[in-house]
Every structure is written in structure tokens, then in C-alpha cells.
Design a protein around this ligand. Sequence first.
Ligand code: ADP
Length: 398
Amino acid sequence: MEGTILTVNCGSSSLKVALFDAQLQKLASGLAERLGKDDAFATIKGRPDRIELTAGATHESALRALVSALQDCGLLDAPPVAIGHRVVHGGETFRKAALIDEDVLTAIEDCANLAPLHNPVNLAGIRATTNLFPDVPQVAVFDTAFHHTLPQKAYLYAVPQRLYRDWGVRRYGFHGTSHQFMATEAARLLGKTPATTSIISAHLGNGCSITAIRDGNSVDTSMGLTPLEGLVMGTRSGDVDPGLFDFLANKGMNAEEVHRILNNESGLLGLSGQTNDMRALCELADHDHEPSRTAIDVFCFRLARYIGAMMASLNQLDALVFTGGIGENSSLVRKKTLAHLGLFGFTMDEELNAHHGSISDGQIEGADSRFRVLVIPTNEELVIAREALASATPGSAG
Ligand code: ADP
């Protein structure tokens, strides 16, 4: 079939779009930043000129500007055949991507109480594209859906069950599109099928999570009810003692302040006191900035602990996979992390690691390693485009 597929990923102050052809080759991508601020702007990748947006630009106006820029490039002469939206929280309702109708919209709104910072802005993106392309099928692709296979022992918190029954308090997991992509890519590189492949997938970007994937299914993951649990992240703390909440409350902090500290002021930023950006931290560490070294050490040690923990869910391990901006690009993080895991039999090839993996199959493990270790670039947009095409046009390539 012919036609294009548009993917839309709305963050609180940003909007990313990508355009694919019917064979799922990426044609273009664009990004709008600082939405809601005076200096909002947008760019199409590979084009030098910035698209100035009006002060306080909304997601809808940014989307219009990006679509019109894609039209100017001659890439979007006809409306797309499908639009795929990243939606962060699908709760227990959505186990796979969903073709959007009124019922689906209501269900996404219902899930917003589980992700008050994310789902409303995802809905804003859906409304914006609906206004722009009223006749095009729109598909919601959920970060949580891939984790619907988590067993009860992995998703229940040890709190009174009524919190789960009444309010849905459980572990959901996020970054599902990336972990799903790792499962299929690792299987391809290993010459296996996803259904017989078991991996540990470490997605390390600004947000970080790790997932144990057994025979193609997510069976444990580090993020929980919200994307705050688990690994150390750019500005998020990951795991802390739950006792910290009433400790800080006794110091006079309210829920909003605790939320801000743990989500926006912690992680690599909080530990280093400098930046949430791993590349910048590695440079600072090179210049003997001690707090930056500490931040990297804590990040890698927590990651190694979680890799060990994920082993408990697997009966075989075909590969440990690193992905995301840090996982794909930081040889230092991979090296420091694997250094904690010698007892399991992981070894690393310095040369391959320095080159971010062998070009043909992403390999970085040493010849004597008990397990394969791969670096695989993630491609969440491609998963969203693929799911959108499959849901909007059943029977197509998919
Ligand atoms: P997001 O989660 O926002 O999509 P990315 O996956 O792009 O983020 O990851 C961003 C992180 O990747 C930042 O901390 C950035 O510093 C880090 N990163 C990118 N390139 C490198 C590099 N060469 N060395 C170390 N860290 C890097």
C-alpha cells in the first residue's frame, strides 16, 4: 500500500513527530521545544532554519507548524494513512495498541489519574491531530502495554490489596515500545525468533528502565506505578526508602515539594550538583570533578544491582542489551556496570565497547563471557509507526 504514517510523541513542553513511508522507512522528523514558553520553536531534522513559533505556543499550533513544514518539503501532499501516538499510561485496560474512538479516548482519560503529568498532554496531541486530519485513523501506542505479561508476583507491591483493587496501585512498567523493539532486534541479531529469546533490556536515556524479557514477554521491570521507581535517571531518584516520604513530611515538606525533589532535582543532577546530562558528566569526571564521578558510580552500581535482580526472572539469558542515549553511547557506563557483574560470568571486549559494539551485531562481550552483551540503537518511533499501520489498516504489512 502507498501513503505515509505520522508518529506523534507529546511531552509536557515538547512535541516530536516523524514521518514514515508505507515500507516503514523514515522520511523526516521534527521537534518542537519550549512549548508554552515565550521562546518556543520547532525544527525539521536536517534543515538549518528554525521555525519560530508564537510565544506560549500550544501543542496544536506546534503540530500545525511542523505539518506545514513537512508539506513545504513535499513530503505530506496527501494526509497520512495512519497516525500513531505515544501514550504513556494504558493502565490495565490496554494490553496492545488501540485504534482511537470515543471509548478509547475516555479510557485514556480514566488512566490519567495514574499519570497526571503525561496522559493529559498525550491527549492534547491526539486532539490536535484529530482537528488537523479528522478523517485519518489514529492509534494509541502505550508505554505500559508491553508489560501486560508481568506476573502477579512481579507487579504487586506488598501493601494492602485494597490499594490495588480500589485505586490500581501496582507496578505497570514503562518504555514498553523500546523494550519490545530490543526483544525483536536482539532475536534478529542472534538468529532466533522473539518467542524463544530471553534478554535483559536496559533502556538508559533521560529516563531509565530495565526489563527482563522471557521468551519474548516482559516478566519483570524496574519502573512501577509511575516512571519514578527503579534505576537512577537524569533528574529522577529511582528507588528510595519509602520512609523518606514521611521523613521529609516531618521536615515540613508537602507532597508537591517531595514530588519536585524526587522527579526534577534528583538522579544524576542531584548527585552531581551540575547536570543531568551523562555526556557532560563524563567530561566533568575526566576533569576530576568528584561529585560527577560519584553520580556515575551510583548510576552504574544501581544498574548492575538491577541486572542481577532481573536474573531471578529468567531461565536462560540470550543477551544483556544496552540502549537509549546513554546505553548506546557511553562506553564508560557499560564498562563500569559490567565490572560489577564478574561473578555472573560477564566479561567485556574493551575494543568493541569503545566502538559502541561491533557494527554487524552490536556485540561488546569478551570471547570468554558467559553471556552475550549487545548495544542496540532503540527506535521507538518505528514501533509506533508499525503498530499504527497494523491497527489502522488490518491486513496491511504491519
Ligand atoms: P530521552 O530519554 O530524552 O530520549 P536520550 O535517549 O536521547 O534521552 O538520552 C539522553 C542521554 O544520553 C543524556 O544523558 C546524554 O548525555 C546521553 N548521551 C548521549 N550521547 C552520549 C555520549 N556520547 N556519552 C555519554 N552519554 C551520552
